[in-house]
Ligand binder design. Structure first.
Ligand code: ADP
Ligand code: MG
Length: 285
């Protein structure tokens, strides 16, 4: 797990750096001196209230944004050198919040083929990649459908297939479930988790759902452009006061068990049931 994939070194980012007037007060940076190492195979959840810098951090990972100072490297390649842009985008794919803004074609399989076509992959290989990607996200049966007839969760899975077809090592998802209903959310999440666990794809997922963050190996909490907490879900959510001081909640099961006086940091409803049975007994199964 220790092979470095993405590294942020003292990264600061100002959105309006170019338009600064002379002597104008410096705006506050969207990212402030961020240092972060993402290792191969990790599943990282990024949390933080609105405006804390999550999307800015996400866009730094595949050179959509370039640091104002400091450096981001992907497998050692700096994003500050434009010549690395193409290679970096082949390594790191992005999935955004709104599924409708990411679908470009009128047939599902054409949409998934769009990325590899742009990379100049040969047609027989594209066919194979599109089929594999659609099967991986469980959307193969929909390959000839029109995306506008799909649900939000299905569209997000098509968007994820589009990234898979480019054979990227890392998927960065910026609040991929924010616009979905509970079924869509759960389908997208289990897809993302499976890609991480079974295919070894490194995942960086921005989310504002605490119950999604507990699925990750590592949780990063941002506040005002800085990383303020970074650890396993247990480590981060056991620090309830620090999480709340960033304007966030801990998962409901965590809060519930802590109020019951249970010392262990519980993260999910299943764990909560287990702990409660230990204390109060009962035959719940
Ligand atoms: P989050 O995704 O956590 O809500 P963002 O990364 O979008 O946060 O934003 C971080 C900060 O940068 C906020 O103060 C936001 O207002 C500012 N910001 C975001 N996008 C832009 C932009 N395109 N132009 C200027 N400021 C921006
Ligand atoms: Mg955002």
């Amino acid at each position: 797990m220790s092979e470095k994939l993405i590294e942020f070194k003292n990264v600061t980012y100002f959105y309006d750096a170019d338009e600064e007037e002379e002597n104008a007060p410096l705006p506050s940076p969207a990212l402030k001196d961020i240092s972060l190492t993402v290792s191969k195979g990790e599943f990282i959840a990024v949390l933080g209230h609105n405006g804390s810098g999550k999307s800015t951090l996400a866009k730094m990972c595949n050179a959509i944004l370039i640091p104002s100072s400091g450096e981001v490297t992907v497998e050692g390649m700096t994003t500050s050198d434009e010549d690395n842009g193409d290679l970096i985008r082949r390594k790191v794919g992005m999935v955004f919040q709104n599924p409708d803004n990411q679908i470009v074609a009128t047939i599902v399989e054409d949409d998934v083929a769009f990325g590899p076509e742009n990379l100049g992959v040969e047609p027989s290989e594209i066919r194979r990649r599109v089929d594999d990607a659609l099967k991986a996200v469980n959307m193969y049966d929909f390959r000839l459908k029109q995306p506008h007839n799909l649900s939000g969760g299905q569209k997000q899975r098509v968007a994820i297939a589009g990234v898979l077809a480019m054979r990227t090592d890392v998927i960065v998802l910026d609040e991929p479930t924010a616009m979905l209903d509970p079924v869509g959310r759960s389908d997208v999440l289990s897809t993302v988790r499976m890609l991480n666990r079974e295919f070894g794809i490194t995942v960086i997922m921005v989310t504002h759902f605490m119950d999604e963050a507990v699925l990750a190996d590592r949780v990063i909490v941002m506040n005002r452009g800085s990383i303020v907490l970074d650890g396993t879900p247990e480590e981060v959510f056991s620090n309830t006061a620090a999480v709340k001081s960033c304007g966030l909640d801990v998962p409901q099961s965590t809060e519930f068990c802590s109020r019951l006086g249970i010392k262990k940091t519980v993260l999910t409803a299943d764990e909560a049931v287990e702990e409660i049975i230990k204390i109060y007994g009962g035959a719940a199964k």
